[in-house]
Design a protein around this ligand. Structure first.
Ligand code: SAH
Length: 400
């Protein structure tokens, strides 16, 4: 261990690491005591040579070191097995009974650069840092030992790999796979195409919210906007919604949603449309001078993709959020509920809520806040790592 290259930090940079944030930016590094190869394990010390931790080095990335541990560790198969078992135990504690979930969520589980999703007996792995990518064989061996899965698939087509000098990669790493994987979420059946399609699996981070939003759906006329494979809509249908209408601009997503509806005997309650939600809401709310919008929905779900790529796009994103909320609020009956989500890192809960309250003001509607939502516990929030908290949601009832 003594022979590990040492990364010395500039004065003032140590506390963040001690507090649990694993990223060391290029600008925080004072110097290296000896050259380190990209992907290699290094030890990190403060400017007075006090030991802080060990992590993977990559000179090509803006994040020079991703700290793995505040102790001296050897990143071998046993290390990965121990960390992954600890992550699994957390899911078993906080998502009891779930069979499909995110097993490892990178920084949230102190494994920066590694994501592992479990779809029943199939695992999907993503390695977005060089250090993790180089250790794929030992990570796979650890996963085999813990789960004995039917197949392990790699979905490595994320933009962040470029920043680490890694090319895209996609395919079967172990086992056999003969088409989409049938999975269960909260007792409902979904089909997951882990190999094909341009989307990785399902939005597992909404697993708990599907149940919670469905509690508001009994007897309701439900509109599920940005429905993807029908997560919210199908849970609402099962909970006794009178009818559910699903909208997504992807015809593929709508087709999958309707297959899922049929697989759960919910097709009769569901209708769907491949459409742009902005256009759809507009066409249902734009009126001639003496015409009034007739509100006909009891529950509207808005779960759009992130409208922001960076901080500069926040104003445009807020305009987008405001527009869909304004129109959705016009379409809700008095007493109806809006369940709305924002997964953008750059828009926090306060800003998101202010935006939708300003839409409520313009729509002349008064709202009662009845629920707040975050991501499911298989995406743990570590407050010292703000990047681990991204999804926020609210349910609002229309008072009048
Ligand atoms: N609610 C879904 C996840 C939604 S992800 C679930 O729980 O599974 C965002 C979805 O919005 C994607 O399926 C994408 O195809 C769709 N989408 C993005 N922009 C859209 C738009 N302008 N109109 C309609 N759908 C859109």
């Amino acid at each position: 261990m003594q022979s590990l290259p040492t990364v010395l930090l500039r004065p003032g940079e140590a506390d963040r690491i001690l507090a649990g944030h694993p990223w060391i930016y290029h600008g925080s590094v004072l110097r290296l005591t000896q050259p380190a190869a990209d992907g290699e394990l290094v030890q990190v010390k403060d400017h007075r040579q006090r030991f802080l931790g060990t992590g993977f080095y990559n000179s090509k990335s803006k994040i020079n070191v991703r700290v793995l541990s505040l102790d001296r560790i050897e990143p071998n198969q046993a290390f990965f097995e121990e960390r992954i078992r600890a992550a699994l135990a957390l899911r078993q504690k906080h998502l009891p009974g779930a069979t499909s979930f995110r097993v490892v969520n990178a920084e949230s589980d102190f494994l920066s650069g590694l994501i592992v999703d479990k779809y029943e007996d199939v695992l999907v792995v993503q390695t977005s840092s060089l250090g993790m990518d180089q250790r794929k064989p030992m990570i796979l061996a650890a996963l085999q030992a813990i789960f004995g899965p039917r197949a392990i698939v790699e979905r490595n087509e994320v933009a962040s790999r470029k920043f680490e000098g890694l090319a895209d990669a996609n395919g079967l790493l172990a086992g056999v796979l003969d088409g989409p994987v049938p999975i269960m979420l909260n007792g409902l059946r979904f089909e997951v195409d882990v190999l094909g399609g341009h989307k990785t699996g399902l939005y597992l981070d909404q697993q708990v919210n599907y149940r919670r939003v469905a509690e508001l759906a009994k007897g309701a006329q439900v509109l599920d906007c940005f429905s993807f494979h029908g997560g919210f809509g199908l849970h609402a249908a099962r909970a006794g919604a009178a009818h559910v209408h699903l909208i997504d601009q992807s015809a593929e997503a709508i087709a999958a949603a309707m297959r899922n509806a049929a697989a759960n005997n919910l097709a009769e309650q569901c209708s769907s449309e491949a459409a742009n939600v902005f256009d759809w809401l507009k066409s249902h709310t734009v009126t001639t001078p003496h015409e009034k919008v007739v509100p006909r929905w009891d529950l509207i779900v808005l779960d759009p993709p992130s409208f922001t790529r960076n901080r500069a796009s926040v104003p445009d994103a807020l305009r987008g959020y405001k527009e869909i909320h304004l129109r959705a609020l016009k379409l809700l009956k008095t007493g109806g509920t809006l369940a709305t989500f924002c997964c953008s890192h750059h828009v926090d809960a306060g800003l998101f809520r202010d935006t939708l309250l300003s839409a409520a003001f313009d729509a002349r509607r008064i709202l009662r806040q009845v629920a707040t939502y975050s991501h499911s516990p298989d995406h743990p929030i570590i407050p010292m790592i703000p990047e681990t908290e991204y999804l926020k949601g609210f349910a609002f009832e229309v008072v009048r």
